[in-house]
Design a protein around this ligand. Sequence first.
Ligand SMILES: Cc1cc2nc3c(=O)[nH]c(=O)nc-3n(C[C@H](O)[C@H](O)[C@H](O)COP(=O)(O)OP(=O)(O)OC[C@H]3O[C@@H](n4cnc5c(N)ncnc54)[C@H](O)[C@@H]3O)c2cc1C
Length: 437
Amino acid sequence: MTATGAAWRNWARTETARPIRVERPSSAGAVQRAVRAAAASGLPLKAAGAGHSFTGIAVATGVLLELDDLSGLVEVDRERRSATILAGTRLSDVSRLLSPHGLALQNLGDIDRQTIAGALSTGTHGTGIGFTGLAGRVRAVTLVTGDGTLRRISADESPELLPAVALALGALGVLVDITVECVDAFVLSAVEAREPFAETVQAAEARARVSDHFEFYWFPHTDAALTKTNTRLPAGSRRQPLPRARRWFDDDVMANGVYRAVCATGVVVPAVVPTLNRAATRLTGSRRFTDHSHRVFTTTRSVRFAEMEYGIPVSELPAVLAEIRALIDIERWRISFPLEVRFAAADDLWLSTASGRETAYVAVHRYYRDAHTEYFRAVEEVFRRHGGRPHWGKIHYLGADELRELYPRFDDFVALRNDLDPKRVFANPYLDRVLGA
Ligand SMILES: Cc1cc2nc3c(=O)[nH]c(=O)nc-3n(C[C@H](O)[C@H](O)[C@H](O)COP(=O)(O)OP(=O)(O)OC[C@H]3O[C@@H](n4cnc5c(N)ncnc54)[C@H](O)[C@@H]3O)c2cc1C
């Protein structure tokens, strides 16, 4: 992400913006002043995180608030295993700052470059049918609402609003700090394997239920799935991290470097994609290792891509995957990027993709130089037929009318937005589309 004051673009290069002004507040008071000044001059204001959303959710058309100076740990309550973290803190720094206190985040997604506020605001999740997404662990927030008021929402103050503000698309205010329930630090034992796709799909729900964290990738045009099964172990357990060289080779060269070449070749010569995908699954071998949780949960992603991800009821997973596979075959698309399948527990957040139901997530990707629209639109139809809800930070084509049908508390959220941001200081074109103007 770059924000030079002149131009901003997101990680995937799918969105750009030219904010009129860029501000870098370093305190709650400075955020309040920025919001009041924007409101007074009739400019919209948007806090951006790390720019890792694929949608235009972070696009600032007026004032862009960069929160790099609002980063760090406010306090740790070891007894309650909770931590209060400033909104602009990167998830990687959260793990680093919690570690000396013997604490960790309960679960993480594929990367940890995002800010905590950005990750919460779009419903970022990892995998694990017994674990909610990150926002399910929020116990309190401090935010600045549309008129510049500083509000605390916690178990003691307006607790009924917590399930709305914990995952709020940046629509209700600028988060200043967040109190998150953590867990005792732990290590993860990882088993990664290449397995037959059909059997993996058939057994996926059962495996998700007996594993702490189960997920798999499927490369279109192949019959192989790459499975990842992570088991939680106490902090003192013996670690067997990947040797530095192996990690570099597997994660940087195989998973990214060679793959970048594969993707780039596929753009020029789409016909070779099936062969390259088969080679990719063969080259990505099995491995086992045990390491600190954040090192196992997250990897680096240096090959750029565009992504759509939907949450569906777990029971729909086999049908959804079969329909997407058939679609790719019928349309004769050549898709170099894999699908990713993950799981999460139900939560009670108003706008969470897992609100009120256990969820299977299916993500589709395209290399960023490949056109993604036709593929994503067709796959979205499949997700929609099976009751899917789109990730707020990943490409989708739904508007407020369709989303209202998917979320029982949608209108309550809009009413709260009318209350906290009546003048739509935090609006942008994406929010106009998904929540209404
Ligand atoms: C390579 C890659 C891997 C990814 N892996 C996963 C994954 O495993 N699981 C998953 O669920 N998602 C994943 N994502 C999506 C990503 O986690 C989300 O899009 C997340 O929101 C990005 O966080 P960010 O800090 O970049 O926020 P941004 O994209 O910059 O902003 C997201 C939203 O947060 C709002 N926001 C930011 N700061 C504040 C604040 N202080 N107050 C109020 N609102 C705020 C913004 O206004 C915007 O609405 C991935 C994305 C990429 C590019």
